[in-house]
Design a protein around this ligand. Structure first.
Ligand SMILES: CSCCC(=O)C(=O)COP(=O)(O)O
Ligand SMILES: [Mg+2]
Length: 228
């Protein structure tokens, strides 16, 4: 019986277009000036040092690091310091009312119904935990955060690495066969399946790559008994 559900965000609860056409450009456009103004703040300086370490450019200027980070945005790199900085910039966007986040109505409705049935709901995204909380607090359909227990990001490990799901199970403290992971990316589902987690692929777009996992188009097509 499924007792805990963990869901991906981009392409699963929320549209890829919102992430790639609203969030990423918002951060990309502001990042150079934003960094120049805040590079001395400890929380920002820590991330810039992490980028220096990752690129082996120990003496890189803030301007150089901004170029690296913009390139990482363009390559959709899931690097933890980039994701942390993006979350800080998006916080300003949400606060200023520049955008609200997208969530598919079927996802919002099912998360609410599953929560009301007593299932424990968690998120696993490459976006930072801070960015995830902002995203679910500011959806077009209201604040979804009261439904969510755990948030996992790349500090857990990469989403295509089975060890990340092993660590997740330690936190969830639920046997793997009682956990369902939802994602639009077969490689992420493969990694979860490797440790015994049940899987279901969201295929929001007919052109999506599929694997051998059970597929649905919407959350309300998910039959928890069938997947148990
Ligand atoms: C927290 S919303 C921003 C999502 C994001 O930055 C991203 O890279 C999407 O990754 P996901 O693992 O949700 O596909
Ligand atoms: Mg995804």
């Amino acid at each position: 019986m499924i007792k805990a559900i963990v869901t991906d965000i981009e392409g699963t609860t929320s549209s890829i277009a919102f992430v790639h056409e609203v969030l990423f450009p918002y951060a990309r456009e502001r990042l150079p000036q934003w960094l120049e103004a805040r590079a001395g703040q400890p929380a920002v300086a820590e991330q810039l040092d992490a980028v220096r370490a990752m690129t082996s450019e120990e003496d890189a200027s803030v301007e150089r690091l901004a170029d690296v980070l913009v390139q990482w945005i363009d390559e959709d790199r899931k690097a933890t310091p980039l994701k942390t900085l993006q979350g800080m910039i998006w916080e300003e966007g949400y606060r200023e009312g520049d955008f609200k986040s997208h969530i598919y109505p079927d996802a919002a409705e099912c998360l609410k119904a599953w929560h009301d049935q007593g299932l424990e709901l968690s998120i696993y995204s490459s976006g930072s935990v801070h960015a995830q909380k902002l995203m679910f607090a500011h959806t077009e359909l209201g604040d979804i955060t009261p439904l969510i227990t755990h948030y996992f990001d790349t500090t857990l490990g990469a989403k295509r690495d089975s060890d990340s799901y092993r660590r997740m199970l330690d936190v969830l403290a639920v046997p793997p066969e009682e956990v369902l992971f939802l994602s639009d990316v077969p490689a992420e589902l493969d990694a979860a399946e490797d440790v015994g987690i049940r899987t279901c692929q969201l295929v929001r777009d007919p052109d999506m790559e599929t694997g051998h996992h059970h597929c649905v188009h919407r959350f309300d097509e998910i039959d928890l008994d069938e997947l148990a």
